[in-house]
Structures are given as structure tokens and as C-alpha cells.
Design a protein around this ligand. Structure first.
Ligand SMILES: Nc1ncnc2c1ncn2[C@@H]1O[C@H](COP(=O)(O)OP(=O)(O)OP(=O)(O)O)[C@@H](O)[C@H]1O
Length: 613
């Protein structure tokens, strides 16, 4: 607690235009849920306490007092509610930076999300955008912040009525920390009742691991247990508390798909509370940074969320790990090298994998999980690791013959007797893949093909090796397999057909490696294949999309001798007609079927127009 006064040497500042807009948004969009202002301010206080405790590890001058806490003071007569903390506090510059500006892009993103969100989800959006402080203006017509940075003697007072301006003046505060003084609006007097405040804290801030005390008329009430939720036995934690904690660590606003709480005892002791989220954050998709954000605590104290507690392919998992077996002043270097963490990491991975295995037995839930995070998990098939096989077992795929998702094991169970490989076709969308001419020959033979639609699918099969002794093979380079499956002898071309192939090769020169007749097409005239020993076509496409300078291995042009178009070209070539233009159209048609653009769309359009004229 502090007793603070401001002097009159005030500096006036204008909010950045974005802040003003934002305040307006927050205040109006969330009005029906305005009690959450308290959650936001308490979260800021708890955060400041965490940060002070962390900084004190390396800097004794900012050490916490004996009983650090968050203190709410109600002054009914003065219409004041003050939220005080013994946190790190803010310097003058930090106040200007933190309470007066906000990134422009943030405002726009926030505005859009707010518009799209369901009313009940709106309250949780503000946490994601780091705009919680401004929610104070929902209940206060004036907000004062008095803060003294730990390690400094100076205190500063920030003052605003939320209307475009704020002032900053020198002030005093007995101890480091921050007071947020709310001049409560007439219509918000309910927030001057300690009972009401207590209820809000129970509902929104019960998991806060710092004690919160409410003082009204000299009567002090303790409003929370101030105990980290994961230190309690599961039986003592309610589902609501877990869900609220989930929302607190993930900034999401649904319920987790699965919650994993366990205490590991033995050589290494740690507690872990992890969540498989029920949604992907609209603000920070898992792909933004390929790193696990699971938070590391040492003896309840938050250390970092950058300790890579889980491998990138499990980065969708969120939560905390708390261990007794590291020193509090654990260094960055130590985080990378200590065998303690290596053990914990391994243990976490095993635990999560076995949870996913369990989840995979619940088809409906697992389908939801897979749609959300399957693409990330599959990176674990590409990255060599000791769980490759298990990940393959719990991976799911679309297929050319079954509805919904299927597993590799089920696919293998359905394989034809003479089928040696697991076949797949990789592309950008399920719709395109389902009707792809590549499938025609396999469909005709009743062979199932897995349809891979995530970018990572173009890469992992080559790295992965075999599943249950079966190699994985892209059907864009499985001509020989198909011939074998069809039981066909090598087809011999007629002289006329040979002439067409030769002419196509001459016209298309370095754009293709080979032109050949194919028996795998039924309805389509043409298809592109990859060389049997070359990279898959989709992999090449994706690599070129990322880096245009990567040279592509020219494809093989396969044509269907039974198709009328090809028959007519054979005739034309053999009667001496020039088929240059048709050759280019044919190549572009094949590309379009695979979801690619013709190499020169304008020229393609001209050629088609000329051909139709
Ligand atoms: N009690 C406090 N003590 C110290 N710094 C604070 C305090 N309250 C706010 N701040 C500073 O002001 C910043 C802005 O607060 P605000 O609530 O708007 O966003 P945030 O805390 O970054 O994000 P979120 O709302 O998601 O918690 C904080 O990041 C923090 O640096």
C-alpha cells in the first residue's frame, strides 16, 4: 500500500490516435461484461509481481518485500477503487510507452476480431491484444496510475479521463509498485462493494498465484487462495478453475480438448499442467513461430516461456511445467544444456503422445483435434525423432476410397494382395485431388490412394521410410507400379504414335524430360508425371513457391492414346501439320489439372482463343 500525492508540475500528452480508437472499442464492445476490468487490472499486477521476482534473481536491489501482494482498497465515500501491487512498477518512460501508445496494426486486428467475435467471446479478445488496461475506463471516468519502478526512488503519476489526453507528473510512493486508482462512475457503484469484488475475483482470478486482499472500512478480506493451481491435488481443483486457468495461459476463449495434470516423482520431480486447446488462436496461429510456448516455472516461479519444453511438432500444446530440480537463477545457457530439462522434455513428449493415442480412440474428438493440429503434428514425421512410428500410427489422412479420415494401419489392412506400397497424391486441396486425373488408373484398378493436402505432406514421406514394412510412394512417380498392378506388358507404340511423341519432345524441348504414352489415363488426354527417381511434383511446386530461384526438374508428359484429342494430334502430325501450339496447350492443360498456373497465362489464353476460332 502506498500514500501517494501528485505535484502540480504536470506534463500533458495526447494519446496516439490508435489508443483513443481502441479505448472507444473496448469501452463500448464490452460494456455488458464490464466486470472484467478487474480481471485485467489484477492480471497486470500479477504480471508485474512475476517480473519483479524474476528480475530480483539477478538484481538484489529490486527484491520483493516479505509479503508481496495485490491489494484492493475501497473508498466508498470518495468513490474510489484502488488496485495496488508490489510489482516491478514503471518508470516515466515506461508509463508513456505502456499506457499511452499501441501499435497501429494491433488496433486494426483487434477491431476486426471484435466485429467477427460472438458477444460472449469478446471479453476474452482483449487479453489477446494487450489492451486490458483501457478496460478501466468502462467503470471509471478518471484513472490515476501512481508507480515507482523497483530499484528507483522516483515515482510518477499518470492521469487521464480517457478523452484523448493524459498527463504525467512527478509523484511519491513509499515503496516500489503500482497503484491504479479508479474514480468510479455513477452507474458503476456496484464495484465499490467488497462482496461484489470478491465474487468477481473468485470467478476470474482465482488462479492468480499472489494473495489478493480487499480492504473496505478497515476490514481486510482475503479474496483468493494465492496458491498456484497445479500444486493442488486434482481432486481439489474444480473443472471451472481448470478452464479459467486454461483461458489465462492460452488467451483462448473455449474449453480445452484435453487437460493433462500430473506430478512426476522419482529421479526428477516436476509438475505439469498441459492443455490440448480446443481452437487455434485467431491472433497467433501456431505457425507464426515454430516454437513451444509451454511455460517453465521453478518452484512455482515463472522463469520463461522460451525453454522449448516441447518439440516444434507439439507446439500447439500449451500450459506450464514446474520443477523443483533447477536453481531459481537458472541461466539461459543452462536452459539449453541441463540434463534435468532434457529429461523433463522427454517425459513430456511421451506423456503427450500417450494422451494423443488415448484421444485417437474417440473418433469425433480426434477428428476435431486432427483438423486443428494434424498439420503441425505431421511435422514430427518429417523431423527425425524417436517417436516417428507412433506419430505415424496416430496420424490421419483423407483417401480416394473412404469417407472421412483414415489411419495408415487401416490403409495397409485394405491393401490389395499384389500391392507393395502405400500410395499417395499430394496437392493443395482435397477437392482438386479427389478429381485428379492422376487417380484414374489407380481407381480403375481399385487401388486406394491417400490424399495429402498439407504442405508438409509433400516432404515427410521421402524422409520417413516405411510404415509396417510398406514404402510410401507418390502416384506421380509410380508408373511402373501401375503397369505391374495392371499386369500389362510394356506397351509398344505404333509408328504414328512415336512420331507424335518425338514432335512433342521437339516442340516442348527443355520444358519436359520425356513424352510417353500412358495406359493409366481413362478420361483425360494428358497428365504430368515425375521421374521415378526424381522429386515429387507437389514438393517441387511448394519449394518453388517459397523460392522462385529453385530450378524445377522438368516433368514427364504422359498422353492417353485412347483419347480423341490425342488421336486427332496423331493424325495431324502424320499428315505433316505443325502442332507446336497444340503441344504448348497440352502441357498447360496438364499443369492446370494439378492446380498450377500455365507458365504464361496470357499466351495460354491467346492460344486457346486461336484454337477455338
Ligand atoms: N500494475 C502494473 N505494474 C506494472 N506495469 C503495468 C501495470 N499495469 C500495466 N502495466 C504495463 O502496461 C502495459 C499495458 O497493459 P495492458 O493491460 O493494456 O496490456 P498487457 O498487460 O500488455 O496485455 P494484457 O491486457 O493481455 O494483459 C503492460 O504490458 C505493462 O507493461
Amino acid at each position: 500500500m502506498s500514500d501517494a500525492t501528485s505535484t502540480h508540475a504536470e506534463e500533458q500528452h495526447n494519446f496516439s490516435a490508435e489508443v483513443e480508437r481502441l479505448m472507444d472499442l473496448v469501452v463500448h464492445a464490452l460494456y455488458s461484461e464490464r466486470e472484467i476490468f478487474l480481471r485485467e487490472l489484477i492480471a497486470n499486477s500479477a504480471d508485474a509481481l512475476d517480473r519483479r521476482r524474476f528480475e530480483s534473481l539477478t538484481n538484489q536491489t529490486v527484491a520483493l518485500p516479505d509479503k508481496p501482494q495485490i491489494f484492493l482498497t475501497v473508498d466508498k465515500k470518495g468513490n474510489l477503487l484502488t488496485i495496488s501491487d508490489d510489482g516491478l512498477g514503471m518508470s516515466k518512460d515506461e508509463m508513456i510507452q505502456n499506457l499511452g501508445t499501441i501499435a497501429k496494426s494491433g488496433t486494426r486486428a483487434f477491431e476486426k476480431q471484435l466485429k467477427d467475435a460472438k458477444p460472449e467471446d469478446r471479453v476474452n479478445l482483449i487479453g489477446q491484444f494487450g489492451v486490458g488496461f483501457y478496460s478501466a475506463f468502462m467503470v471509471a471516468d478518471k484513472v490515476e496510475v501512481i508507480s515507482r519502478r523497483a530499484g528507483s526512488d522516483e515515482a510518477w503519476a499518470w492521469n487521464s479521463e480517457g478523452k484523448g489526453k493524459y498527463s504525467i507528473a512527478s509523484s511519491t510512493r513509499n515503496t516500489p509498485g503500482t497503484d491504479v486508482i479508479l474514480h468510479i462512475k455513477k452507474d458503476a457503484e456496484e464495484y465499490l462493494e467488497s462482496m461484489r469484488l470478491e465474487n468477481i475475483i473468485r470467478k476470474w482470478a482465482d488462479h492468480i498465484a499472489w494473495p489478493i486482499t480487499i480492504k473496505q472500512d478497515d476490514k481486510e478480506t482475503s479474496a483468493n487462495e494465492g496458491q498456484a493451481i497445479w500444486t493442488k491435488p486434482r481432486g481439489d481443483i474444480s473443472d471451472e478453475q481448470l478452464d479459467e486457468f486454461y483461458r489465462h495461459v492460452t488467451h483462448l476463449f473455449d474449453k480445452p480438448l484435453a487437460t493433462l495434470l500430473w506430478h512426476a516423482e522419482g529421479v526428477i520431480e516436476f509438475t505439469s499442467l498441459l492443455f490440448i486447446p480446443g481452437m487455434v488462436s485467431p491472433f497467433a496461429p501456431v505457425d507464426q513461430e515454430r516454437k513451444s510456448k509451454v511455460r517453465l516455472h521453478v518452484r512455482r516461479m515463472f522463469i520463461t516461456d522460451e525453454a522449448d519444453m516441447l518439440p516444434p511438432w507439439l507446439r500447439f500444446i500449451q500450459g506450464i511445467v514446474d520443477t523443483e530440480d533447477l536453481p531459481l537463477n537458472v541461466s539461459r545457457e543452462m536452459l539449453q544444456n541441463t540434463p534435468v530439462l532434457a529429461r523433463i522434455r522427454k517425459n513430456l513428449v511421451n506423456r503427450v503422445i500417450s494422451e494423443l493415442k488415448k484421444l485417437s480412440e474417440d473418433k469425433e474428438k480426434y477428428t476435431k483435434f486432427w483438423e486443428l493440429f494434424g498439420a503441425v503434428l505431421k511435422e514430427g514425421l518429417w523431423e527425425p525423432n524417436e517417436n516417428n512410428d507412433t506419430i505415424a500410427k496416430i496420424s490421419r489422412f483423407y483417401s480416394s476410397t473412404v469417407d472421412g479420415l483414415t489411419s495408415l494401419s487401416d490403409y495397409v489392412g485394405r491393401m490389395k494382395e499384389n500391392q507393395e506400397a502405400i500410395y499417395f497424391l499430394a496437392g493443395d486441396s482435397l477437392e482438386v485431388l479427389k478429381t485428379s486425373p492422376h487417380l484414374e488408373g489407380f481407381k480403375a484398378q481399385g487401388i486406394e490412394v491417400l490424399l495429402f493436402t498439407d504442405p508438409v505432406d509433400a516432404f515427410w514421406p521421402d524422409r520417413f521410410g516405411k510404415f509396417e514394412e510398406k514404402p510410401l510412394r507418390s502416384i506421380t512417380r509410380a508408373k511402373e507400379d501401375l503397369d505391374k498392378l495392371m499386369g500389362k506388358e510394356e506397351r509398344s507404340n505404333s509408328e504414328e504414335e512415336e512420331k507424335l511423341l518425338k514432335t512433342l519432345m521437339e516442340s516442348l524441348k527443355d520444358k519436359i524430360t520425356d513424352a510417353r504414352m500412358t495406359t493409366r489415363l481413362v478420361d483425360s488426354p494428358v497428365i504430368l508425371a515425375a521421374k521415378e527417381d526424381g522429386p515429387d511434383l507437389q514438393m517441387q511446386r511448394l519449394m518453388r513457391r517459397n523460392d522462385r530461384s529453385i530450378p524445377s526438374a522438368p516433368p514427364v508428359l504422359e498422353i492417353n492414346p485412347n483419347h480423341n484429342l490425342i488421336k486427332s494430334l496423331i493424325k495431324k502430325v502424320n499428315s505433316g501439320e505443325n502442332i507446336d501450339e497444340a503441344a504448348f496447350i497440352l502441357l498447360d492443360l496438364a499443369k492446370i489439372q494439378d492446380g498450377e498456373m500455365p507458365s504464361d497465362p496470357t499466351l495460354f489464353a491467346k492460344r486457346i482463343a486461336a484454337a477455338l476460332a
